[in-house]
Design a protein. Structure first.
Length: 152
């Protein structure tokens, strides 16, 4: 994350050189159809690790009663997982815990007060608004029900 200016500049130069028929040392590295070089076992393990994040959908969730003001938690609500933030006044704000980019479960980032996706790095505000992608939209609003609205 955070290398957009660098890779954008290199990508622009690669495209320019491809159009003009020039040689460019970066063409193979930035080829969308490239295969991993070197240790392919590590590449396969990384893919399995990313797919493993989808297994979080079958695990339990955190307890809302333990959620302090200014903090967030992923809770199970029936078959769904919700990203719930308790604001400083004690009001709960629920969003889907499903990242709209690939479907992984977001995690609460205590230091940044944000929801972060472990799969591809999308980030959302405590209230579910998109900070940066690859996701293109924020986390969808969800309802918790009246029994879960009282401060803990």
């Amino acid at each position: 994350m955070g290398n957009g200016l660098t890779h954008g500049t290199i990508g622009g130069r690669v495209i320019r050189d491809l159009i003009l028929g020039r040689e460019n040392a970066w063409v193979d590295l930035y080829d969308a159809n490239r295969l991993p070089r070197g240790n392919r076992l590590e590449w396969i393990k990384e893919g399995i690790s990313a797919a493993g994040h989808l297994g979080e959908w079958v695990t339990g969730g955190d307890d809302l009663s333990d959620l302090a003001p200014g903090e967030g938690a992923v809770v199970r609500h029936g078959l769904k997982k919700l990203a719930v933030y308790r604001d400083d006044q004690g009001t709960l704000h629920a969003r889907t815990a499903r990242c709209p980019h690939f479907g992984c479960v977001v995690h609460w980032n205590t230091g940044e007060k944000s929801w972060d996706c472990p799969c591809h790095g999308s980030r959302f505000t405590a209230f579910g608004e998109l900070l940066h992608g690859p996701a293109r939209v924020g986390l969808a609003v969800e309802e918790l029900g009246q029994d879960a609205q009282s401060p803990g």
